[in-house]
Ligand binder design. Structure first.
Ligand SMILES: [Mg+2]
Length: 446
C-alpha cells in the first residue's frame, strides 16, 4: 500500500456524529432533541457515547455513568443495541467503498478512505475532493438518516484532525499549503502515538503545541528523543504522515506478540505479559466491533521451537479479563523453565460484538490484578432481564423499546423510527405478550 500523496487532500477521515446516541434518537422519536447517554448502565458502567444535548451538561465518553447521572439525571440512559449499530455501520462502510476500494475501517463509526485508490487518474484537488465528499455525506444522510463529519487532507493525521474541527455534520478539506497552519496551535497530544507520558516529556523540554515542534527543527528533536522518534515526530508536526490507508479484508483473527530481549523463565512475569497482550488484542477487537470465540497463545522457546495452544469458548468475547484468563490457563500447560523468547496472544472465530462486552470492559481491574485467581465464569444466562433501550414487541401494542424496569414491572414506549413520539405502558416483567425483538428497520424512503 503506497503512502498517501502529501501534495493532494485525497485522504478522507469519516466519523459519524455521536454515533450510538444518534442511532437511538433516529429509532426512538421521543428522544430526539433530548439528552441521551449510551453506555454501561450498571453500577460501574461508563459512557460510550453521549448525544450533543447531553454533552452540554459536561457528559463525555469514558465518564463513569454514575457521574453522568449526577450531571444530568433526566437524560435517557440506554444500554446500547449493537446489532442496530453494526447494521448502520455496514451501510456506511459500503458507501465508503463506492468512493474508493482503499477503505480502512477504524471502528464502527470511523474509517479512512484514500481516493487515489480509485485508479481513475482523477486529480484530487480541493474542488474535486469537496464534490465527492459532499455527495458521500448526502448519501449517508439519505440512506441512514444520520450525519457524518468528514475531514480531508494529504495524510491520515491531517484528515483525522480536520474531521473533528467543525463537528457535527461538517466537511473540512485542508489544502496541503494550509496544513502546517492548521496543526500549529494544537496540543502535541493530537499527534498519533503521543500519549500523556510523551506529552509530559515534551512539555518539560518546552513543547506544548505541534507548531513548537515544527519550529524546533529535526536535529533538535533527534537530539532530545533519538533518531527514530525525533525524525518521525518532526515529520508528523508538519502534517507529513507516511501511514498508508490499508483496506483490510474481513479480519480472520486478531493477535499481538512480544519478543523478549532475554529469554524469560519466570511464569508470573509471563502471565503479566500475556495479560497485557490480551488487552492489546481486545482493544483492537472492540475498535472494529468484533468479538471472538477462540483464544490462542503462541510460545517460542529458547531453541526456536514454537508451540501454539488454543481453546474455543461457548460464547464470543472481547473483554481483556476473559482473554487474559484463558491465555494464562493455556500458558500453565507449557514448560517455561528453559526460557521463552516470544509470547503471542490471539483471538479468532470472529463475530460481531458480544453485546455486553464493549461497555463493561472499561470497568475491568488494572492488568496487574488480572493474575489473581478468578472464579470460573458461569454460562451466560438466557434471560438476563430487560435492558433500557432494548427493542421489544407486544402482541397487542406492536413494536417499542424498554424505557425502564424493576420491582417486577417493565415500562415500554411504543414507537419506531417512522412514527410520532409514542405512548408508554407498563407491564409485569414476565408478561407473556411481551418479547425481545430485532432492531426496527429504517426506511430511507419513508
Ligand atoms: Mg464518531
Amino acid at each position: 500500500m503506497p503512502p498517501p500523496d502529501p501534495s493532494r487532500p485525497g485522504v478522507l477521515h469519516l466519523d459519524l456524529d455521536a454515533f450510538f446516541a444518534a442511532v437511538e434518537q433516529r429509532d426512538k422519536p421521543s428522544l430526539r432533541g433530548k439528552p441521551v447517554v449510551v453506555g454501561g448502565v450498571g453500577g460501574r458502567g461508563v459512557v460510550a457515547t453521549a448525544s450533543y444535548e447531553a454533552r452540554v451538561f459536561g457528559i463525555g465518553s469514558a465518564m463513569p455513568t454514575g457521574q453522568a447521572r449526577r450531571l444530568c439525571p433526566n437524560a435517557a440512559y440506554l444500554a446500547g443495541r449493537f446489532e442496530a449499530y453494526r447494521r448502520v455501520s455496514s451501510q456506511v462502510m459500503g458507501l465508503a467503498r463506492e468512493l474508493s476500494p482503499l477503505v480502512e475501517p477504524v471502528s464502527l463509526d470511523e474509517a479512512y478512505v484514500d481516493l487515489s485508490g480509485r485508479g481513475d487518474g482523477r486529480v484530487w484537488d480541493v474542488a474535486a475532493v469537496t464534490e465527492v465528499a459532499e455527495r458521500f455525506r448526502a448519501d449517508v444522510k439519505a440512506l441512514t438518516g444520520l450525519t457524518v463529519s468528514v475531514g480531508a487532507g494529504g495524510s491520515k493525521l491531517v484528515a483525522k484532525i480536520a474531521s473533528d474541527l467543525r463537528k457535527p455534520d461538517a466537511l473540512v478539506v485542508v489544502p496541503p499549503a494550509e496544513q502546517a497552519e492548521l496543526l500549529a496551535p494544537l496540543p502535541v497530544q493530537r499527534i498519533p502515538g503521543v500519549g500523556s507520558v510523551s506529552a509530559e516529556r515534551l512539555r518539560r523540554h518546552g513543547f506544548t503545541t505541534i507548531g513548537e515542534l515544527a519550529r524546533a527543527g529535526e536535529s533538535e528533536l533527534v537530539r532530545l528523543l533519538g533518531r527514530a522518534h525525533g525524525s518521525g515526530l518532526w515529520a508528523l508536526s508538519r502534517g507529513i504522515d507516511p501511514r498508508p490507508v490499508v483496506s483490510e479484508r474481513e479480519a480472520k483473527s486478531v493477535s499481538a506478540e512480544e519478543t523478549f530481549g532475554v529469554d524469560l523463565t519466570d511464569r508470573r512475569d509471563l502471565e503479566h505479559r500475556a495479560a497485557r497482550l490480551a488487552e492489546r488484542v481486545t482493544s483492537r477487537l472492540r475498535a472494529q466491533g468484533l468479538a471472538g470465540r477462540t483464544v490462542t497463545i503462541k510460545v517460542r522457546r529458547y531453541d526456536f521451537q514454537t508451540a501454539n495452544r488454543s481453546r474455543t469458548l461457548q460464547h464470543a468475547t472481547s473483554t481483556s479479563r476473559e482473554v487474559a484468563r484463558h491465555a494464562r490457563e493455556l500458558l500453565s500447560g507449557i514448560d517455561v523453565s528453559d526460557g521463552i523468547r516470544l509470547l503471542g496472544v490471539g483471538v479468532s472465530g470472529l463475530t460481531g460484538y458480544a453485546q455486553a462486552d464493549l461497555l463493561s470492559d472499561a470497568d475491568e481491574p488494572e492488568v496487574a490484578e488480572l493474575v489473581e485467581e478468578e472464579p470460573e465464569e458461569e454460562a451466560p444466562e438466557p434471560s438476563a432481564g430487560w435492558r433500557p433501550g432494548q427493542d421489544v414487541e407486544h402482541d397487542d401494542h406492536g413494536p417499542g423499546w424498554v424505557q425502564g424496569s424493576g420491582t417486577g414491572r417493565v415500562t415500554v414506549r411504543f414507537e419506531g423510527p417512522h412514527t410520532p413520539p409514542g405512548r408508554i405502558r407498563t407491564f409485569a416483567d414476565d408478561d407473556p405478550a411481551l418479547r425481545p425483538a430485532d432492531p426496527p428497520v429504517y426506511d430511507p424512503r419513508a
